[in-house]
Design a protein around this ligand. Sequence first.
Ligand code: BMA
Length: 861
Amino acid sequence: MADAATTAASTARTRTEIASGWTFRKVAQKGAANVEEAWLPATVPGCVHTDLLAAGKIGDPFFRLNEKDQQWIENESWEYRATVPVDAATLARERVELVFAGLDTFADVFVNGAHALSADNMFRSWRVNVKPWLKAGDNQILVRFASPIAKVKPAYDKLGYKLPAANDQGKEMVSMWARKAPYHYGWDWGPRFVTSGIWRPVALEAWDEARLDDVQVFQNKLDAGNLNQPAELGIVARVVAAQGGKARVTVAQPGGPVLGHADVTLKPGANDVKLGARIDKPELWWPAGLGPQKLYTLETKLATADGKATDARALRIGLRTIEVVHQRDADGKSFTINVNGAPVFMKGANWIPADSFVTRVTPERYRALLQSAVDANMNMLRVWGGGIYEDDRFYDLADELGLLVWQDFMFACSMYPGDEPFVENVRHEAVENVRRLRNHPSLALWAGNNENEAAWKQWGWQIKFALPKKAQDRIWGDYKRMFHEVLPAVVAAEDPGRFYTRSSPSANDDKVPPNKKNWGDMHFWGVWHAENPYEAYSDNISRFMSEYGFQSFPELASVKRYTAPDGSDWNIESPVMLSHQRHPRGNPLIRTYMDRDFRRPKDFASFLYVGQVLQGIVIKYAVEAHRRAMGHNWGSLYWQLDDCWPVASWSSIDYYGRWKAEQYFARHFFAPVLVSPVLEKGVVSIFGVSDRRADTPARLSVRLIDVAGNVLNHVEQNVTLAANASRAYLTFKQKDLLKGADPSKVVLVAELAVNEPGAPGPSTSRNLLFFKKTKDLQLPKPEIKVAVSPGANNALVVSVSAKQLARNVFLASGAVDGFFEDNYFDVLPGETATVTFRPRASTTPAALQVALTATSIADTY
Ligand code: BMA
């Protein structure tokens, strides 16, 4: 443990992290031979699996089939121990509290042998005054975790019927009884690792008269349309007092004058101290793409009557108005997010925890993933209900980068118990997480759960789980209590004004089924699960598309990391590849869709590559349809951004952080200005979609070329791109456009050039429209040439040219590790595309030139 430095003279709260010196072991089973296990070094925060891995007791859980041999871990109990030195000065303080930011999950905590605390919810924090049990010198903290499976088994057995769950991979589905990340129990993209451990920091906090427990900031007045008006803030500081007495709370910006203060007489226990503050000439916080993300730091300080500083807390806020408009209208019920006074089309993806063992997600990995989202022109992520209420770092980054957050409560694809202790436990969890997240400018809305309403009403669970009528009534009654009463009441009390939706998807109307077209948000899975052609996306657009998706495998360089080095696993039906594909119909579905659009790939590497392109074109089709419907539909979040382990999944970034084709496509299909050509019923329409808040002059060009580059038809004209809208600016009859050309040998190139404020020249959105499926195109061998030259800031520049049309050119850098800024792009005949490559370690153009490979569709059969 770090130095328990407490100065006797100070009355300030001190906090000492207990981050080192931890050991752990398996608890001997009762009645068993009772062999004492040796204590092994442990990492806190961390979990049993990663500690066993570090101690060499288990293999890499993600490698080949290792997961299968590690299932015993969930059935054991584990204990963690640390020795904590405490000095006399600390012991002289009024309170000495042991504070756990997170225990996963069923834990008993002992201090010098005395039972101090029982925990039963991964999503809550725990604070207990341990002063009575501490002594000067070394103290022992012991945390004993019961098996999360065994612990809830009696409740499961007693119920008399089965609670339904869609993704729990256990023989008995008990996950719903534990307030623990649902995905730990397995998912259709996730392995089963039911961990235990001290998963968030633990510390000793010592204080005397009072401490600041929480600070809530209300934006009482902000006129986004007139920034000469000051912003008025209301601040509620929650102060917990030991004895009571006089105190002063102040709020200021760092180094600035006091913005507001309050002198109060505290009573013992919790006190809400209210004060006001004003910010002159406020600057707004904007979602990415619309403006800067101005953040203000507010320091709240607590001092006792004699002026001694007692506690302080800094938090960052952003000034913006946000409103979710979910109202009956002529079409059904809207779902529009207005930011700073106007609707903003939400572009983004669904977020799952970035690791099965979340404590391995370093700040760098969080940053890389969220930066990737912004780099792909996203402005929203949905923190999906089967994972965790994310780490503070996630929301801090979202604030900094301008990513709005759709926050689910942690319930997904299951029905849950509704007994009083369970509901109370959730209520505490909700209050705590709402308080933790409510000041973030990125937080847009709360959602009760993921798909539980749809599951209960539409997935046939009553029959599948043979539920008697009484059980059905009970389950639905419990559902309504939790998601129609308890959680919205917590939001209303703790985060007033923030929008709450009962479920995603939901019409929030007892008479309207979830996922009814034009009624609120929609998860559309007709493409993929129901095998609809992907063109079905254009007919299934609701008011906000919060989920839809398509699977792909990671690229070969990633597959190599979890399979046998000799290549013996490299077949999607091999036991290893099948184990890293958790959707039961995943492989057949990928093959089915691939056969519709592509010729059979000749080998494994080609299959992986074509599969990624397939995923990219399917989701590109969806997003463009969603964006063309802007005005009716106001959001498009695909399933899913990231992965928690290396696997075939709907992700656009693989577990190792590699961008799949879909992520590269996203940068284009989510661009603030998009040109989107579409062929419907023999008519080609050229849409322009603009997220800009002002009308923009632009030049639209449409060319029909053949695969060798000959221009067969060309139309060009000036247009005024309507602000925050989608319009068809040109339409043609297909036959007038093609003028008899062979549709298997031509492509339509649509380009929309707009002037970027401050940029040297116009920026161009380009999009291609083919008149045949890729497999029916007569693509010649493109004769791709690549040349590497030095670029700025240690980057390299790759020039790619092709004699004939090259589809979806995939650049791979072999042994030279690094990142291509663009990839899987089309190269028009005679054109040279330039791509920046950012190497991870310093390298030379010559080294990359040797390692570089370029693959196009014509190379895969
Ligand atoms: C959606 C999600 C997840 C699931 C995905 C793919 O319903 O909410 O539960 O992983 O579909 O099946």
